[in-house]
Ligand binder design. Structure first.
Ligand code: ACO
Ligand code: KIV
Ligand code: MG
Length: 512
């Protein structure tokens, strides 16, 4: 039996834009709308045409451009707003008017300053007015989550009679909890005549972090449209995140009685686009679209994923638009992942013994760094494969001169293959002068990739430990040097790296 369709109504361009600081230009809205269309979103709410001429133009431009999704414009239950929205969505191949009025006691009394009867009349009038202009009208009872159920039944029955074809039950302030919200949807569907002739829609806010849970509970209770936004953008704490709704329904087809028509492989592209246009970063641990959503750092998980991906993954990274899942090396990683990464990098390890030593050094490094990158592994492994006593260059003596207003000078005596050589250079700083002086002898042609200094003891006589990372012909090496004089430590580190580059090449993997 084929499943019913769950309509995905994206309101990134309307409720998403209501996030403070997230307003978008017409061109930006168009770019996002095209991506939503590529993703096969059913309805794109493009804006609130009565809000400004700019938003009117943006909604109109989206309506003129988008062909495969319905384009909706939001408006108050107010003729002037509705007329403006009708004009904006008119060019759409499939257009919708979404009109709303608040139905909760607090909103009616304190905000609208209208009696429930007057609200009911305004809603009826608004839907009738909209239906005279367009065939597809959605009606929302703003703050339905805090509205009296009997009143909701009255007003919804009335607007269905006027021709509303989608009835939206927003939890405007994110007050509901899943069971209660689902029960509300169930009751409304049971009590209202002809409820099976309309689409029941939900629109949940995330004030208690329950927007997605509430939306999904409502789907179980019969809702067949979910209003949501990319990255959960939206007023205050945001709306239900589209990517979470869609992937929950797709992943748990054993539970949900419906399916969306979303091309899930477009999700990550949409998330990145919305994030870059609004300037709202996506937190790394955000479900589906966060950078860590498919990343594994701890050894036991990495071992499991390498043996069988589904031990720790319920979705495939590729199915939502990531290139692949990631095994991130860090202090919690184990031998299996370490070995697998070396293999991927083409680094062959001579023996189990070398691997064990390298793994110990890797753990030491991981204690100092948050994340171990491929360059760190290249450097680490070349360290393991080069014998420490194979030193072509040695620092015999050094002299540095630095004076205000003059370029710093370095004068060194180096032993190169047993022959002493003198070198001198100036530079933008004493370290730069030192490296230039060494290169005047070594002429290695290598590239300096990294220079870092760590104090390994404390106090004014602190030992400075310098790391220099050089690369040549695809090989990357790390050199270390320690001294209480940071410039001497730098010279030692540079020479240490050069020795690794020039000695032991035959022992290194030719692919490095
Ligand atoms: C839950 C939601 O997300 S609702 C949508 C929120 N989006 C927006 O507000 C869009 C941007 N808004 C705007 O640009 C402006 O608020 C406008 C153009 C809509 C209205 O601006 P103004 O006419 O200056 O009114 P203002 O914003 O100060 O106050 C809102 C008025 O609309 C009334 N109102 C609020 N909702 C509705 C409604 N659904 N139907 C009819 N009237 C409504 C209020 O009672 C208030 O009326 P009052 O001025 O007689 O007291
Ligand atoms: C206008 C409606 C749908 C809304 O955004 C809300 O109630 O949160
Ligand atoms: Mg909202």
């Amino acid at each position: 039996m084929s499943k019913e369709q769950l309509i995905i109504f994206d309101t990134t361009l309307r409720d998403g834009e209501q996030s403070p600081g997230a307003s978008m230009t017409k061109e930006e809205k168009l770019r996002i709308a095209r991506q939503l269309e590529r993703m096969r979103v059913d309805v794109i709410e493009a804006g609130f045409p009565a809000a400004s001429n700019g938003d009117f133009e943006a909604v109109r431009a989206v309506a003129e451009t988008i062909k495969d999704s319905t384009v909706a414009g939001l408006c108050r239950a107010f003729d002037k707003d509705i007329a403006r929205a009708l004009e904006a969505v008119k060019p759409a191949k499939s257009g919708r008017i979404h009109t709303f009025i608040a139905t909760s006691p607090i909103h009616m009394e304190k905000k609208l300053r209208m009696s429930p009867d007057d609200v009911l009349v305004a809603a009826q009038h608004a839907v009738r007015f909209a239906r005279n202009g367009i065939g597809d009208v959605e009606f929302s009872c703003e703050d339905a989550g805090r509205s009296d159920l009997d009143f909701l039944c009255r007003i919804i029955e009335a607007v269905i009679k006027e021709g509303a074809s989608t009835i939206n039950i927003p939890d405007t302030v994110g007050y509901n909890v899943p069971e209660q919200y689902a029960e509300r949807i169930r009751q409304l569907r049971e009590r209202i005549p002809n409820s099976d002739k309309v689409v029941w829609s939900v629109h949940c806010h995330n004030d208690l972090g329950l927007a997605v849970a509430n939306s999904l509970a409502a789907v179980m209770a019969g809702a067949r449209q979910v209003e949501c936004t990319i990255n959960g953008l939206g007023e205050r704490a945001g709306n239900a995140a589209l990517e979470e709704i869609v992937m929950a329904v797709h992943t748990r087809q054993d539970v949900f009685p419906c399916i969306t028509r979303i091309d899930t492989t477009q999700i990550v592209a949409a998330s990145k686009m919305v994030s870059s246009i609004t300037g709202f970063p996506v937190q790394p641990n955000k479900a589906i679209v966060g950078a860590n959503a498919f990343a594994h750092e701890s050894g036991i998980h990495q071992d499991g994923v390498l043996k069988h991906r589904e031990t720790y993954e319920i979705m495939r990274a590729e199915d939502v638009g990531w290139n692949a899942n990631k095994l991130v090396l860090g202090k919690h990683s184990g031998r299996t992942a370490f070995k697998a990464r070396l293999k991927e990098l083409g680094i062959e390890v001579e023996s189990e013994q070398v691997l064990n030593v390298a793994f110990t050094h890797f753990k030491e490094l991981a204690d100092k760094k948050h994340e171990i990158f491929d360059e760190d592994l290249h450097a680490l492994m070349s360290d393991e494969m080069v014998p420490p006593d194979d030193e072509h260059y040695k620092l015999v003596s050094s002299m540095f001169h630095s004076e205000t207003g003059e370029a710093p000078q370095a004068k060194l005596t180096l032993s190169a293959g047993g022959t002493e050589q003198h070198a001198a250079s100036s530079g933008s700083g004493p370290v730069d002068a030192t490296f230039k002086a060494i290169e005047s002898v070594a002429a290695s042609g290598s590239e300096l990739l990294l220079y870092s200094v760590n104090a390994i003891t404390t106090g004014t006589d602190a030992q400075g430990e310098v790391t220099v990372r050089l690369s040549k012909d695809g090989r990357i090496v790390n050199g270390q040097g320690a001294d209480t004089d940071i410039v001497v430590a730098s010279a030692k580190a540079y020479i240490n790296a050069l020795n690794k580059l020039c000695s032991g090449q035959e022992k290194l993997n030719p692919q490095l």
